[in-house]
Design a binder for this molecule. Structure first.
Ligand SMILES: *Cc1c(COP(=O)(O)O)cnc(C)c1O
Length: 421
């Protein structure tokens, strides 16, 4: 069985042959690789071909694939049952670890996906404030719930869809989407809508339209005006949390949101995500409060143990120094190669995530991202893939490094990059 025949067969049974759209390679063309195994920084596909992975399950696998400690934690847990539908001691431990990394969080609710975490955070904000409208930013992706599929990034950007069919305009109408990094546009809107805005949600470092660092003044403006008008500020740190530094963008920039959503890394590669904030807000959630939220598999014991093992490892801050150095080294090398080859690219990065944009100027919002040369990216992507380097199959996504990427693998990537560019 190879990827080509598997994809053909998958399309008969699964819409588009995949269980999450970007995996289908729609925007870069070609056959998605079906993966049979992964270890460290290496993916092995159904044909037995190996790749140095820079997707790392969209950032989740910061310790590499199948890291020993996490695998052991899962094995130790699985023999004791896979789900109880009742609380476990591990959930307390995981909440404690999250609180330690994120001082803005006093209480944590565990859910199974980032989509769910964000959906709950928005409902909570509406429940707490008694208001309806929300503000988000073009190109930021916050999962696929109805309210948030308005000018989103990630797969929806990849496919050029105007949001999604199936979202009633009455619901989408309660979401205002504004240009990222545009302080004036934001101030104008929040001033006129002041009494109606329940929350402002943002990726404090945009990573679902490629990596776009925030202007710090932009994040400060969000903080200032939400406080002034009694709206909640939600930092969606599903990607940036535990990625750019242990405490995410809020630690990096020193700005505390009212609510934080976490996912990807927090579950160590298992389906787990979280939302958290001050007790006085979080206590609005059921069973203590009137805002309903629940989940049969929430706080799943395997996912919780995988999360605990991952977050315990990440307590060592040297990990982030190492990751940043390794990433900067690779980025500098790619820039050098591009200069030598006279390729117009911009590499935008924060910590150990980066995007190679085919553009002559840096990009700082979604409108500019859409003007970059995604056809050139698609050719670049396939050149890399052929030679065994797995970059994201879309010009609008981020590359991620892990602690498992060795200097040998980075060097090999640089050699392949030389040809691919
Ligand atoms: C991935 C992502 C989500 C959605 O998480 P899922 O687990 O895919 O539902 C939400 N917000 C951000 C910022 C993300 O990167």
């Amino acid at each position: 069985m190879n990827s080509e025949s598997l994809f053909k067969s998958a399309k008969k049974h699964i819409p588009g042959g995949v269980n999450s759209p970007v995996r289908a390679f729609g925007s870069v063309g070609g056959i998605p690789r079906f993966i049979k195994q992964a270890e460290g920084a290496t993916l092995t596909d159904a044909d037995g071909k190996k790749y140095i992975d820079y997707v790392m399950s969209w950032g989740a696998m910061i310790l590499g694939h199948a890291p020993g400690g996490v695998v052991k934690a899962i094995i130790d847990s699985v023999v004791r049952g896979t789900s109880y539908g009742a609380p476990t001691a591990g959930e307390i431990r995981l909440a404690e670890l999250i609180k330690k990394a994120f001082p803005s969080i006093e209480k944590v609710r565990l859910v199974s996906s980032g989509t769910e975490a964000v959906m709950t955070a928005v409902r909570l904000a509406r429940g707490v404030t008694g208001r309806k409208k929300i503000i988000k930013f073009d190109g930021c992706y916050h999962g696929h719930s109805d309210s948030l599929l308005v000018k989103p990034g990630s797969g929806v950007a990849t496919f050029g869809l105007p949001g999604s069919a199936g979202v009633p305009k009455e619901i989408a109408g309660l979401t205002i989407s504004l240009p990222y990094n545009d302080i004036a546009a934001f101030e104008r809107v929040i001033r006129t809508e002041e009494k109606d805005i329940a929350c402002v949600i943002v990726e404090p470092i945009a990573a679902n339209m490629g990596v776009i660092p925030p202007r710090e003044a932009f994040l400060w403006a969000l903080r200032k005006w939400t406080k002034k008008y009694g709206a909640l500020l939600i930092f969606d740190e599903v990607i940036s949390g535990y990625r750019v530094t242990r405490g995410g963008a809020q630690e990096l920039y020193g700005i505390e949101p009212d609510l934080t959503t976490l996912g990807k890394i927090v579950g160590g590669g298992m389906p787990l995500a979280a939302l958290g904030g001050p007790a006085k807000i979080m206590d609005y959630l059921a069973p203590d409060g009137p805002v309903y939220q629940a989940g049969t598999l929430s706080g799943n014991p395997l996912a919780v143990q995988a999360g605990i093992s991952t977050l315990e490892t990440l307590q060592d801050k040297n990990i982030y120094i190492g990751l940043r150095e390794k990433s900067q080294h690779l980025i500098e090398r790619i820039k050098m190669i591009a200069r030598k080859k006279k390729r117009d690219i911009q590499i935008q990065s924060v910590g150990s995530m980066f995007t190679v944009f085919f553009s002559s100027k840096p990009v700082e919002n979604f409108a500019q991202v859409k003007k970059t040369d995604s056809k050139a990216y698609a050719r670049f992507f396939h050149n890399l893939l052929d030679k065994g380097v797995y970059f994201p199959p879309s010009a609008f996504e981020a590359c991620f490094l892990s602690t498992a990427h060795s200097s040998l693998e980075i060097e090999r990537t640089e050699k392949i990059m030389e040809k691919a560019l």
